[in-house]
Design a protein around this ligand. Sequence first.
Ligand SMILES: N[C@@H](CCC(=O)N[C@@H](CS)C(=O)NCC(=O)O)C(=O)O
Length: 221
Amino acid sequence: MYVLHYSPDSASMAVRMVLEELNLPHRLQLVNREDGSRDSAAYRAMQPLGLIPALETPEGVMFETAAILLWLADRHPQARLAPAPGDAARGDFLKWFFYTSTNLHPTLLQVFYPHRLIGPEAADAVAQAAHARFVSYLPALEAAAAAAPDWLSPHRPTILGYYLAMLLRWMGSFAPDSGLRIDPADYPALHRVLAALETRPAAQSVGRHEGLGPLPFTAST
Ligand SMILES: N[C@@H](CCC(=O)N[C@@H](CS)C(=O)NCC(=O)O)C(=O)O
């Protein structure tokens, strides 16, 4: 039995959707982000930085969203949520999956939490700069998605699709006058992936439980 340490509308969301997508029995363990439980020795033993998510598996604890998603896809290859090792498309998929986890995700965190990097006097400038960098990453991804490869397509769910959908949901959540909002409709191929994914039972079910609204990925448009 998997145990997902989660918090609503946090990075556990994509993992939870993929667990649902794979119909894997799992228990949810809410991590309270306010009461310091992320800093407990027990939680740090699972996730050394105290971040969400962590996934307990029969073979040990997994952490880092991208690692968990890839591990799940590889463990359950019949669902084809990612090209399997040995598949000719594996290389292309890996490039864009790591592009997302090493560029988009950390940069997004700087947009949301600039004060973790710098004092209040420069926090706004850091957020704006990180936003510009995040935007600069999107045209290449949009071009990759335009070819609707099996690993990022509106025709099938994939771990890269869920990962990107989550990140773009958050970037779409800023107020229009903040200068930080990204409208996924500006990226039509990616938008098609998000619009298809958000209708899936897995996304809808998690969306209901976590209060993400009826269109969890494109509502900002
Ligand atoms: N690189 C980590 C980042 C995870 C992360 O930043 N999680 C956020 C939630 S979205 C978190 O735990 N933040 C702690 C907090 O509440 O401040 C991963 O991909 O798992």
